[in-house]
Design a protein around this ligand. Structure first.
Ligand code: MG
Length: 203
């Protein structure tokens, strides 16, 4: 299983980090060891002093595919969830400044959490989903999937032109604006279409 993440897929978030709005999807990956296991907390790593939350819609691939045409991409998933793409922002800024790869900032152990899987059939239009993240009960990030620069189906098509998608692969589709720091003892909760999708402690 691999985790493919999309960077800068919401224009406002690209701007808040002083990045250009990209002409093509920005992709990076996390290994399977990045995934937080069920009922486990996020353990704040000692190599960073600035871990940020990035709430994102996550799509789980349910068919093997390569060079998937956008019009057929919807056949390759039937469940979505919310997740957090945890980011060591301090490390990422250092790496970006040097033009180096992001893995140490993005792909470390525990850098991905995923909530409960919800069938797409239940949710309706996947490009019109409201979601938000609370930190200790206060909303810190909110978005709607209609604001994605590249739709889920476009992303699946684009990703599959580089990487074969396999059953169980996860796609983190990018974060809206409002990314910010987390602290030890915080509780983060993700809500999808008004329903709690996950709850996670920071330890
Ligand atoms: Mg992200």
């Amino acid at each position: 299983m691999k985790i493919i993440c999309v960077g800068r897929n919401y224009a406002e978030h690209a701007r808040e980090l002083n990045n250009e709005v990209p002409a093509d999807p920005v992709l990076f990956m996390k290994p399977e060891t990045a995934l937080i296991l069920p009922r486990q907390p996020f353990f704040y790593p000692d190599f960073s002093k600035d871990i940020h939350h990035e709430i994102e819609l996550v799509v789980r691939i349910n068919r093997l595919g390569k060079h998937i045409e956008p019009q057929f991409a919807h056949r390759y998933y039937n469940e979505v969830a919310l997740g957090i793409d945890f980011t060591a922002r301090d490390i990422q800024q250092q790496l970006k400044a040097k033009g180096l790869p992001w893995e140490k900032a993005k792909a470390f152990d525990g850098s991905a959490c995923v909530g409960e899987w919800i069938s797409v059939e239940k949710l309706g239009d996947i490009q019109n989903l409201n979601f938000y993240l609370t930190r200790n009960g206060e909303i810190v990030q909110s978005g709607n999937t209609s604001h994605m620069l590249f739709s889920v189906n476009h992303l699946i098509s684009y990703i599959s032109s580089f990487f074969t998608l396999k059953i169980g692969d996860l796609i983190f589709t990018g974060t809206p604006s409002g990314v910010g720091p987390v602290n030890i003892n915080d509780t983060l909760e993700g809500y999808l279409e008004g329903r709690k999708n996950f709850s996670l402690r920071i330890k």
